[in-house]
Every structure is written in structure tokens, then in C-alpha cells.
Design a protein around this ligand. Structure first.
Ligand SMILES: Cc1cc2nc3c(=O)[nH]c(=O)nc-3n(C[C@H](O)[C@H](O)[C@H](O)COP(=O)(O)OP(=O)(O)OC[C@H]3O[C@@H](n4cnc5c(N)ncnc54)[C@H](O)[C@@H]3O)c2cc1C
Length: 421
């Protein structure tokens, strides 16, 4: 599928046949990432017929390529949500995110998904002076939400744990963690198939339209006639829906893994917790079960990817771990994710019975399987969770069709540059 370390260590998953001809199904799901598979599993488990159309292979999008970092909460913190959507919705969104975490761990447990979940994630400050804000956030979360899963970690303790002194302390998220993302996606697909869902790989949805009381989705070699349509695809849905295209912008992010570090692995990431730092272009890293460093860093916003991916990600890695200069990098890869202007996910009903969830802005591992479940709930008539998410503000990127992309690239590049100043 790709030259990723995830693909090299994935649990075997048989190819699913492309769609050929016409099928009739209760719900058609476009996209076999966490959102689509989470929806398909829920629908099939509750007795609906469901057909998943996947343009490439299961987990080919961000779900099979990401950093595997599990963050507690929504992508935006509670203070931001309280200001933007009011206290009642902010509170409901917090409990929804906590339910998403429970749901993820239940899915892993109930379906015996071997994805190496490890608890603990650290948000590390790349500049001094972050401690007061971290302390205020922890206090707010304790006071307003009764959440005691966040703690401060000081500079010296962090340096001892990570084996690098570049960070100025940070916040420990005990409810977060890390996992093998592709094996999570493949495990969800296996569970959905076992419940009766049908998955067609190499079956890109080209268009959809309402036809009488039904929705018709077309691919190059077939069509699906359904009562309800669920669109996923994060940053890669393209022109399948113009409103989504204006609000969910695809960006590319890159990772590498080193060779197994042997004894050197003992000196870094001693407690096996994941790390994400405070840069605009986040550096994120963790150890794999076989003692490699898995490091993500560097983004690109244009149509092409950097030619030398290993060199591209090695640069930020060596700023954090200069002692690994001689280590061999065995795999480097990238992926595309969707971001929104507010970084809140884009969840909408586009037409009666046609719903979308995308634009997790880098926080889909924990949220997306549950958002898939909420899309399934809505398709089956319970829209409470969906309606809450659909109220999140996700305005279009400015500039209209022609100028949207260059304006956004300029803005993102400016913020990325500030990391280096
Ligand atoms: C490099 C990278 C690192 C990341 N790191 C993290 C992280 O550490 N933690 C975190 O929480 N999040 C992270 N993310 C984000 C996370 O991966 C996504 O939020 C999540 O995977 C979104 O899941 P999804 O199912 O909505 O979309 P995807 O996983 O992108 O799946 C969408 C699927 O839809 C398919 N598709 C698209 N268009 C069509 C079409 N027309 N017809 C049929 N199929 C179609 C695609 O092929 C794809 O398989 C990262 C993303 C990337 C790329």
C-alpha cells in the first residue's frame, strides 16, 4: 500500500472486491477510514445493510498513516469551546469526547484489535513560559469538569523521561496514549465485515444525487442505490461536495521510523508515553513496541510532496534527538489530512439523509470512530450527538474557489515560519 512502517507491520487483511454493477443497500458509506468504518460497524451491528465504497484500500487515508497519538478532548480546548459555542454545548462536547475515548477502548477490547495501545501522552512546550497557562488549564478542567487526568511535568523531569532537554516542561494527559493506527483501521474493517457490512475497495465514489426517494452514488463500474449516504474522506473528498471542499482543506504531514534502537532505546521516552510539542507544525513522537523512534514533523501545503522524505523529517528529529545522528532511518511516509479554519470538525447534513464528518484537523484517532458511530445513530433516527457536532462553527476558507488555496498556503506557511524564528 505504501512504504510506511505501518504497512510493513500490518496484520494481514484480504483485498475486498471493487463494486461492479448496481447494489441496493440501506446506507452507503464513502471512505474506509476510522469515520466510515466506525459508521459501518455500528450500522451493521444494529441490523442495517451497509455498503462501503473505498477509493483505494482500507486505511489508505490518514487512518492508516498517522502518528497514532490519542489525545483527550476535542481538537480545541474547553476554554475555546466555551467562548465560541457557549457553556452548555462546550460541556456536552467534553462529555462527547470522553465517550469517544471509552468507545475507542471498547472497540479495541470487544473486537480484540491488536493495535498496541499504550496509555499516556505529553504536551511539551517548545518555548519557556508555558507553565502558567498549563497550570491554569489543569485547574479549570478540575474545577469546571471534575477532570483530574491532566498533570504538570517540569523541565528537569521531562528531560529525564524523554532523553532530550529541548523542552520547557509540559502537560501530561493520562487519558491519552498511542497505538498502531493502520492495525486499528484494519481491525475495525474486520469487525464491520464480521457483522455483515460489505466493503468495496478500488471503488471511488464519483458523484451522488437524490433520485426519487433514494440517493444514488456512482463509481466507474457501478452504482449504489441507498436510503442514506454517509460521506467521509477527511481532506481527500475533493469536489464530491463543494461545501465541504470550501471548508475542509487538505494538508500533508510526514513521519519516519528509525531502525530498532537496541540499548539506546532505554535512554529515550523511558515511560513509553507519546509526545506532541507546542509548535504550529507539531513535532510528535513515540517509541514502537520493538524499540524504534517513530517521529512526525514537517508539513507541506502545495500539491507536491518533498522528494526526500527521510531527510525532510530527519531535520526536526535531530533538533530533538541530536544523539541519533548516526541511526538509520528505515521508513518515511506521509499522508493527507483535512483541516478547517477553526480546527473544529466539519459535521453537516448536506441534503436529507446525506451526512458528512471530516476536518478533524489532526485529532481523528480518538474522535473519528465515535463520530462514525454518531453518523450511524443519525442515519437510524437518533440525531442528538450529530446535531451537537453540526453546530460547531466551520466557516469557508476565504478567497473563493480561485484564491482559497494560495491564501491559505500563505497563512499556514507564515505560522510554520514563526516556529523557526
Ligand atoms: C501524517 C498524519 C499524521 C496524523 N497524526 C495524527 C495523530 O497522531 N493523532 C490523531 O488523532 N490524528 C492524526 N492524524 C489525523 C487522522 O489520521 C485523521 O483525523 C483520521 O484518520 C480521519 O479519519 P477519516 O476516516 O475521517 O479519514 P481518512 O482516514 O482519511 O479516510 C478517508 C478514506 O476515504 C477515502 N476516499 C476519499 N475520497 C473518496 C471517494 N470519492 N470515494 C471513495 N473513497 C474515498 C480515502 O481513500 C480514505 O481511505 C494524522 C493524519 C496524518 C495524515
Amino acid at each position: 500500500m505504501t512504504d510506511s512502517w505501518y504497512a510493513a507491520t500490518a496484520t494481514p487483511f484480504p483485498a475486498q472486491p471493487p463494486l461492479a454493477g448496481e447494489v441496493r443497500t440501506d446506507v452507503c458509506v464513502v471512505g474506509a477510514g476510522y469515520t466510515g468504518l466506525g459508521a459501518a460497524l455500528e450500522l451493521a451491528a444494529r441490523g442495517a445493510t451497509v455498503t462501503v465504497l473505498e477509493a483505494a484500500r482500507v486505511g489508505a487515508g490518514g487512518s492508516g498513516r498517522n502518528g497514532g497519538q490519542v489525545h483527550t478532548g476535542q481538537r480545541r480546548d474547553q476554554e475555546w469551546l466555551e467562548r465560541r459555542v457557549g457553556e452548555a454545548d462546550a460541556r456536552a462536547l467534553w462529555y462527547l469526547a470522553q465517550a469517544a475515548r471509552t468507545h475507542l477502548l471498547d472497540l479495541i477490547g470487544v473486537h480484540a484489535i491488536a493495535c498496541d495501545f499504550r496509555p499516556g501522552l505529553i504536551h511539551a512546550n517548545h518555548r519557556p513560559g508555558g507553565e502558567a497557562a498549563d497550570a491554569a488549564h489543569i485547574a479549570h478542567m478540575r474545577r469546571a469538569y471534575g477532570h483530574d487526568g491532566f498533570d504538570l511535568i517540569g523541565k528537569a523531569a521531562l528531560a529525564r523521561e524523554l532523553g532530550t532537554d529541548v523542552y520547557h516542561g509540559g502537560l501530561v494527559d493520562h487519558g491519552g496514549g498511542h497505538l498502531h493506527p493502520l492495525n486499528l483501521a484494519l481491525g475495525l474493517a474486520r469487525a464491520a465485515l464480521a457483522k455483515g457490512a460489505v466493503i468495496h475497495e478500488q471503488s471511488r465514489a464519483l458523484a451522488w444525487r437524490r433520485e426519487g426517494g433514494a440517493v444514488v452514488v456512482t463509481t466507474a463500474n457501478g452504482r449504489v442505490v441507498c436510503d442514506q449516504l454517509i460521506l467521509t474522506g477527511d481532506g481527500s473528498l475533493g469536489a464530491l461536495d463543494p461545501a465541504a471542499e470550501a471548508r475542509v482543506m487538505p494538508i500533508h504531514n510526514f513521519l519516519l521510523v528509525t531502525e530498532p534502537l537496541g540499548d539506546r532505546a532505554e535512554a529515550i521516552l523511558r515511560r513509553d508515553r507519546a509526545v506532541a510539542d507546542s509548535r504550529f507544525v507539531i513535532n510528535y513522537f513515540r517509541k514502537t513496541p520493538d524499540g524504534r523512534l517513530l517521529f512526525g514533523g514537517g508539513e507541506s501545503y502545495g500539491p507536491g510532496w518533498p522528494r526526500d522524505l527521510k531527510g525532510f523529517v530527519r531535520r526536526p528529529m535531530l533538533k530533538v534527538y541530536p544523539q541519533l545522528a548516526e541511526v538509520t532511518i528505515t521508513h518515511a511516509w506521509g499522508g493527507t489530512l483535512g483541516i478547517t479554519r477553526t480546527r473544529a470538525p466539519y459535521v453537516r447534513e448536506l441534503a436529507p439523509g446525506v451526512r458528512i464528518a471530516a476536518g478533524y484537523s489532526g485529532q481523528g484517532v480518538m474522535l473519528a470512530p465515535y463520530f462514525g458511530k454518531l453518523l450511524a445513530d443519525a442515519a437510524l433516527g437518533d440525531t442528538a450527538g450529530f446535531d451537537l457536532l453540526a453546530r460547531l462553527p466551520t466557516p469557508p476558507f476565504p478567497g473563493g474557489r480561485l484564491m482559497r488555496w494560495p491564501l491559505t498556503v500563505a497563512g499556514l506557511s507564515w505560522y510554520a515560519l514563526r516556529d523557526r524564528l
